[in-house]
Design a protein around this ligand. Structure first.
Ligand code: HEM
Length: 424
């Protein structure tokens, strides 16, 4: 941390896209919380906030801390890509980047349709998808777990939840790939336009889908939103329904991929935790909370100050962009005993801020939990000797400020075939 002549702490070097930080952001947090819980980072033009209590106050005060800019690209995009986004991906704010009173209205309906019953109903489908994926590679003995399980499971689940036709899955998956870099990273100029094109194609697909569903209601989340509209046209516009669905194709996808991959990595690097879950599947529910606390898939989220405000003694100006280090809050020693220990039996694991708090609390938390629980139940039962292969493999992370999970995670196990080949 470098003190400058300014009256607030500044860290000229801090860059959340640097290789060191991407590899292990946790190495930085304790020092941040202790020495400079709020500092300005010129490399990203943001104020970085790292303590649990400060972050909790911020997310619970939407008047002072706006969500309106949470989805702005981190860097200025090259003109063609910027134009493509401007023309092709114009989505009215409904949840994540809406502020009250608009947020109150749209979130109420989005949440009503996201009922416990609707999520519960999806359980057999999540199980079926996960079983099918495992069946698809069980004989192989070694796979990239991200490609074969952690990526397709949440994708197929959220597409099913929304009601997209199953035959479009591959097309949709191709449109959803790699897009987080455009908003939360610094992709090179040549990658920007193709990604913006894909986002525009996805929005066009969602618009068509929602229009079609409006005349053909079924048993899915989109139809439930449209039913609310049928009863009261002013409750939600067609454009708002489209926006909610479009946002779920993103929010409901990479977040959960990364949770499952991070969680598996933590379990397999601590064999005793994996074995405990195998022996006592009742521990899985709490283990998922500990995965969310210890190695969350959304380590940072944004806000913008709507007025000058003091945070941990630091005066932050109006329109300041804040980077809230949720992952640091989850390791705050004021909240968690031995925060850097991964303990699947931790009593207050669920106190984490992985899903945030307040009015923007993650809408999909019950679905993410259901997917992770189901995944670990099946993996521990069906692949008991699953292990990292090699154990010390180099893990790479997508360079961006908000989403964290391994790009690839190679695992192996003794398959029937391998057992036959190696048996005398
Ligand atoms: C492990 C998985 C997930 C994590 C860690 C996660 C985390 C988050 C976080 C940190 C926020 C921001 C809250 C804020 O602005 O204060 C959020 C918002 C949101 N999430 Fe999730 N999420 C996950 C999975 C999902 C899933 C599966 C869905 C939907 C299917 C979803 C839908 C949403 C939506 C719609 C919002 C915006 C809510 C609002 O602003 O009212 N998320 N999530």
């Amino acid at each position: 941390m470098q003190e400058t002549t300014s009256s607030y702490p500044v860290d000229e070097d801090f860059d959340p896209l640097s290789e060191d930080y991407l590899e292990d952001p946790y190495a930085y947090y304790a020092q941040f919380r202790r020495d400079a819980p709020v500092f300005f980072a010129p490399k990203i033009g943001m104020w970085v906030v790292s303590r649990y209590e400060d972050i909790l106050v911020i997310v619970k005060d939407p008047e002072t801390f706006s969500n309106a800019k949470v989805q702005e690209p981190l860097q200025e995009l090259e003109p063609e890509a910027a134009e493509r986004l401007q023309e092709g991906v114009r989505v009215t704010p409904t949840t994540s980047n809406a502020d009250p009173p608009k947020h109150r209205r749209t979130r109420r309906h989005a949440q009503m349709a996201f009922s416990a019953k609707r999520v519960q109903k999806l359980e057999p489908r999540v199980r079926e998808i996960a079983e099918g994926l495992i069946d698809g590679f069980l004989d192989e003995g070694r796979v990239d777990f991200v490609e074969r399980f952690a990526f397709p499971l949440p994708a197929m689940t959220v597409f099913s939840f929304i009601g997209f036709p199953e035959e479009d899955t591959e097309y949709l998956k191709s449109l959803c790939f790699d897009r987080l870099r455009l908003t939360w990273g610094r992709p090179p100029a040549e990658e920007q336009k193709p990604t913006a094109d894909k986002m525009s194609d996805l929005l066009a697909y969602v618009e068509d889908f929602v229009r079609g569903r409006a005349d053909d209601l079924r048993d899915d989340y989109t139809s439930d939103l449209l039913r609310i509209r049928e009863e009261d046209e002013d409750a939600l516009s067609l454009e708002e329904v489209t926006s909610i669905i479009y946002s779920l194709t993103f929010a409901g996808h990479e977040t959960t991929t990364n949770l499952i991959a991070n969680g598996l990595r933590q379990l397999l690097t601590r064999r005793e935790a994996w074995d405990e879950l195998r022996e006592d599947p009742d521990l899985i529910e709490n283990a998922v909370e500990e995965m969310l606390r210890f190695d969350t898939s959304v380590p940072a989220w944004r806000r913008m100050a709507t007025r000058p405000v003091e945070i941990s003694g630091v005066e932050v100006p109006e329109e300041a962009r804040l980077l809230l280090l949720l992952a640091s809050a989850n390791r705050d020693e004021e909240q968690f005993d031995e925060p850097d220990v991964f303990d699947i039996q931790r009593e207050n694991a669920g106190k984490h801020l992985a899903f945030s708090q307040g009015i923007h609390y993650c809408l999909g938390a019950p679905l993410a939990r259901l997917e992770a629980r189901t995944a670990f139940e099946l993996l521990t039962a069906r692949m008991p000797d699953l292990r990292l292969a090699p154990e010390d493999q180099t893990i790479e992370f997508e360079p961006n400020i908000s989403f964290r999970g391994p790009k690839e995670l190679w695992v192996e196990w003794t398959s029937d075939q391998t057992a036959q080949q190696t048996s005398p």
